[in-house]
Design a protein around this ligand. Structure first.
Ligand SMILES: Nc1nc2c(ncn2[C@@H]2O[C@H](COP(=O)(O)OP(=O)(O)OP(=O)(O)O)[C@@H](O)[C@H]2O)c(=O)[nH]1
Length: 305
């Protein structure tokens, strides 16, 4: 079992796709957990549907006794049990809790706990009172830390030093991965594994988060939508989803993380248009949701979670 963790927007899905493209064992099982009630990531993973478990509506590390453990146990009892299991956690999960499933199972062996890190946001995330504990626990749980966008950091060496200070046992790799703001599908696969200790996070640290899922049935002005999301960048930590944009035929994948926005043509799958927003609970976040809803001429665009 390989656990792929890291904070919201750190690059977990990009990395998992690169792993799949690079070749994973036949009959692998992929488990995807998104924080909201819509599993956007599942649409972005290029893998056979029947060998993918999608978990939504919450963070798997907080509901371990439930769905994840049951679904994994069921999969491992199949006559042809998966040869490998890759779990992409939600961006607010503690990967250590998930890794412990393998540590206590006699059918699963823990291969590694990978933690993706947006190098351009190390100092910000580290100091943030809402994010800090979760972010640190993810790094401390890792056996391998993969840093991208380090070139966007004020002081790359100090940032790497901070990671090393948090987790002395993990191997740390700078993956390159371009400048912040330049979305990329590129992702190099860095090598091997050193064992590490881990730390549990406090479930209460989940308080203070808020997520909202919105249906986006009508075409939107991409610049206007971008201005709204960026304008609420102080409370909006992550947004992603599929939208139709005025002037563009193809459905677009919208990505907003680390205050950076990008659109790119979306995979042609089921055609849903939905947006998931995750951020800091409070009146500003509610104002953001109301503003997004008002884009639809006052009609509500969907339920707020
Ligand atoms: N420049 C650059 N951008 C990246 C890299 N990896 C991911 N991104 C971008 O960062 C954004 C988030 O990437 P994802 O792979 O979806 O991140 P994630 O950790 O799966 O996000 P959540 O599951 O929502 O927490 C996307 O716009 C990616 O294109 C990288 O190595 N370099």
């Amino acid at each position: 079992m390989t656990v792929i963790g890291g904070f919201l927007g750190a690059g977990k899905t990009t990395y998992l796709n690169a792993l799949i493209r690079g070749g994973i064992p036949e009959n692998s099982l992929i488990v995807i957990n998104d924080f909201g009630d819509i599993n956007i990531d599942a649409e972005l993973i290029d893998y056979r549907d029947e060998q993918m478990i999608q978990l939504t509506n919450g963070c798997i590390c907080c509901t371990l006794g439930g769905t994840l453990a049951e679904r994994l146990a069921k999969a491992m009892r199949l006559r042809e049990a998966p040869r490998a299991v890759f779990i992409e956690t939600s961006g607010v999960a503690d990967p250590a809790r998930i890794a412990d499933l393998a540590r206590v199972s006699h059918r699963l062996m823990l291969e590694e706990v990978v933690c993706l890190v947006d190098g351009g946001r190390i100092d910000l995330n580290c100091r943030d009172p809402l994010i800090g504990d979760t972010w640190r626990a993810q790094i401390q749980a890792a056996t391998r830390i993969l840093v991208n966008r380090l070139s966007a950091a004020h002081d790359p060496q100090a940032c790497l030093g901070e990671l090393r200070r948090l987790n002395a046992a993990a191997s740390i790799h700078d993956m390159g991965g371009g400048q912040a703001g330049a979305p990329t599908e590129e992702c190099s696969i860095a090598s091997p594994v050193v064992a590490a200790g881990h730390l549990y996070h406090d479930v209460a640290s989940q308080r203070g988060w808020r997520s909202a899922s919105l249906a986006m049935p009508h075409a939107v002005d991409p610049d206007r939508l971008g201005d709204i999301l960026t304008g609420y960048g102080d409370v909006l930590l992550r947004a992603k989803g599929f939208v139709y944009c005025l002037g563009r035929q193809q459905r677009q994948l919208l990505q907003f993380s680390g205050r950076r926005l990008s659109y790119r043509p979306a995979p042609a799958r089921d055609g849903r248009c939905q947006l998931v927003c995750i951020g800091r609970a409070g009146p500003r976040f509610e104002a953001l949701v109301a503003t997004l809803a008002s884009l639809e001429d006052g009609e509500s665009m969907g339920a707020v979670l």
